[in-house]
Design a protein around this ligand. Structure first.
Ligand code: COA
Length: 139
C-alpha cells in the first residue's frame, strides 16, 4: 500500500472531516512507534508504545464497506500490538460516528472519557470525541 493509496482511501472514507494527505501519512510513519496495517481497501494506522496501543485512524474505502474488512483489520492490529507487548488499546471517535462506534463496541471497546468539541467538521459545529479502551490480554 502506497502513501497515495492511503490518502485516497482516507479521503473517500472521511467525508465530514478533512482527510489526511500522503505527506501527513509519510510524517506519521516516520515515527518509529507508528505502523500501518491492512491494504488499500481498508487500513489502520496505529502507535504502540510499551504496553499501550493507540488507533490513530481506520478507514475502509466506500466500495468495500460492510464486508467485514474493518473488523478483520482491528483483529490484525490487536494481534500485532499484543506481539509487541501492548496490553491495552485506546482510540477516540466522534460522538456522532455511529458506524465506527458500532465497530468498536463489536470489538469489545468501552467508553472511558470524553473530549468536548474535539473534532472539527467541514460544515457545522465541532463534535465531542469519545475515548474508548479495550484490554488486549484476554485469552
Ligand atoms: C467505520 C468503518 C471503518 C467500518 O468499516 P467496514 O469495513 O465497513 O466495517 P465492517 O464491515 O468490518 O463492520 C464491522 C461491524 O461494524 C459495525 N458497522 C460497520 N459499519 C456500520 C454502519 N454503517 N452502520 C452500523 N454499524 C456498522 C457493525 O457492527 C459491523 O458488523 P456487522 O456487519 O456484522 O453488522 C467505515 O465505515 C469507515 O471507513 N468509515 C469512515 C471513516 C471512519 O469513520 N473511521 C473511524 C474513525 S474513528
Amino acid at each position: 500500500m502506497t502513501l497515495q493509496e492511503m490518502a485516497q482511501t482516507h479521503a473517500a472514507a472521511f467525508t465530514r472531516s478533512r482527510p489526511w494527505t500522503a505527506e501527513e501519512f509519510s510524517d506519521l510513519l516516520n515515527n518509529p512507534f507508528t505502523q500501518a496495517i491492512g491494504d488499500a481497501r481498508c487500513f489502520a494506522l496505529i502507535k504502540v508504545i510499551a504496553d499501550e496501543a493507540e488507533l490513530l485512524t481506520i478507514a475502509t474505502h466506500p466500495d468495500h464497506q460492510r464486508q467485514g474488512l474493518a473488523r478483520e483489520c482491528m483483529t490484525a492490529w490487536h494481534l500485532a500490538a499484543q506481539s509487541q507487548g501492548a496490553t491495552r488499546a485506546f482510540l477516540d471517535v466522534a460522538a456522532d460516528n455511529h458506524p465506527a462506534i458500532a465497530l468498536y463496541q463489536a470489538c469489545h471497546y468501552s467508553a472511558c472519557g470524553r473530549r468536548k468539541a474535539y473534532y472539527r467538521r467541514k460544515n457545522g459545529p465541532n463534535v465531542d470525541a469519545i475515548v474508548m479502551e479495550c484490554a488486549l490480554d484476554r485469552p
